[in-house]
Design a protein around this ligand. Structure first.
Ligand SMILES: O=C(O)C(=O)C[C@]1(C(=O)O)C=C[C@@H](O)C=C1
Length: 348
């Protein structure tokens, strides 16, 4: 029997990362291997146990997934060979999953009673307070489908809280939150809670998997909420060998550059005036379009940073290779983290 290559992803099944994995790999040809943490995914790929890994990288509402950036920063040199080789975008529509209240649970006494009077919403479990960006908290895009007054604890992945701020502040303000490793793990924990007083922010698919009820749907602040995932693999010799380098007009035309993206990290002197500006100027002087920049603590000393930049183009194109040579002269250190096909090129 042919042994399938393994794809490591942040699990368990029904996580958004699982959905990204299904959109990138055919389950007939690969074996999917759910991992507990994003670090476990990096480890599996670095150790050669998985051919590819799938990890969240950034969300359209809540920004960068810092756990992933810090694994690329790799302060303890555990994953020196990981590079990005692809990307996938997944629409993220969060649901509140749990068990409906049973009679006698969640009486509207004390704070809940106050809440009912304040918000005229008998289904909430906390106080509604105006927050910046949503002066009228009753303006949540979603309303609960059932009473939430019995919900005493919430589980989710930390990224999800920031994507559902309005719903949470409106209907579940002050309810204890517990960070867990993924939204689908949150659903598993709630399904195992016999008290029926917890709820998970998770995907609709996780409801099918666990048998939990929908207490609310589409609770994300922005209706076009989406997360971008990276497909990672181990760096290979061809990645940097001269034979992979393409030159000539074709490699340099703008259209071709937009078809690809690249990621690299660098550090600059913390004390030299203009060090960061000089590094960024190298990209502009070679006509390279920078699409994002993210600083993360470098671990060298407090307030020292490593910068991650994403840009159009791929290694092997003349302008990109010249940029890397130029960068090498002005930064303290840099690391190429991969080039891949731009999944949005049709839409730009
Ligand atoms: O928890 C999950 O389901 C994940 O796949 C992780 C993750 C993330 O880290 O951004 C993915 C998509 C959502 O943005 C929320 C959580």
């Amino acid at each position: 029997m042919q042994s399938h290559e393994q794809i490591a992803y942040l699990g368990p099944k029904a996580s958004y990362t699982h959905q990204a994995t299904l959109s990138a790999f055919d389950s007939d040809n690969y074996t999917f291997s759910p991992q507990t943490t994003i670090e476990d995914v990096f480890y599996q790929v670095q150790a050669g146990k998985a051919a590819y890994g799938v990890v969240p990288f950034e969300n359209s509402t809540n920004g960068s997934v810092v756990f992933t950036l810090d694994l690329f920063a790799d302060q303890s040199a555990k994953h020196p060979d990981i590079v990005v080789c692809g990307e996938r975008y997944v629409e993220v529509h969060h649901c509140l999953l749990g068990h409906p209240a049973i009679s006698g649970q969640g009486h509207a006494t004390g704070p809940a009673k106050v809440l009912q009077e304040e918000t005229k919403s008998p289904s909430s479990s906390g106080h509604a307070t105006p927050i910046p960006g949503n002066p009228n908290p009753t303006n949540s895009r979603a309303a609960p489908l059932t009473s939430l007054s019995h919900i005493k604890k919430l589980y989710s992945h930390p990224q999800a809280w920031g994507q559902c701020k309005t719903f949470l502040s409106c209907y579940l303000k002050g309810v204890e939150r517990q960070d867990v490793s993924s939204t689908s793990r949150a659903a598993e924990l709630v399904a195992a809670d016999d008290t029926h007083t917890s709820a998970a922010i998770s995907s609709g698919i996780a409801a099918q998997m666990t048998g939990l009820d929908f207490l609310a749907r589409d609770i994300e602040d922005e209706k076009d909420n989406a997360t971008r995932f990276f497909i990672i693999r181990r760096r290979s010799l061809e990645d940097t060998s001269p034979s992979s380098v393409t030159t000539g007009k074709d490699a340099d035309n703008q259209q071709n550059a937009r078809a690809f993206k690249s990621l690299l990290s660098f550090t600059v002197s913390h004390t030299d005036a203009g060090a960061l500006a000089n590094a960024l100027a190298v990209f502009g002087s070679h006509g390279i379009n920078l699409t994002s920049i993210n600083p993360r603590p470098s671990g060298e000393a407090p307030w020292h940073y490593m910068f991650f930049v994403e840009f159009s183009g791929k290694r092997g194109q003349l302008a990109v290779d010249d940029t890397l040579s130029g960068l090498d002269k002005v930064v303290r250190s840099w690391r190429w983290l991969g080039s891949w096909e731009n999944a949005l090129q049709q839409k730009q």
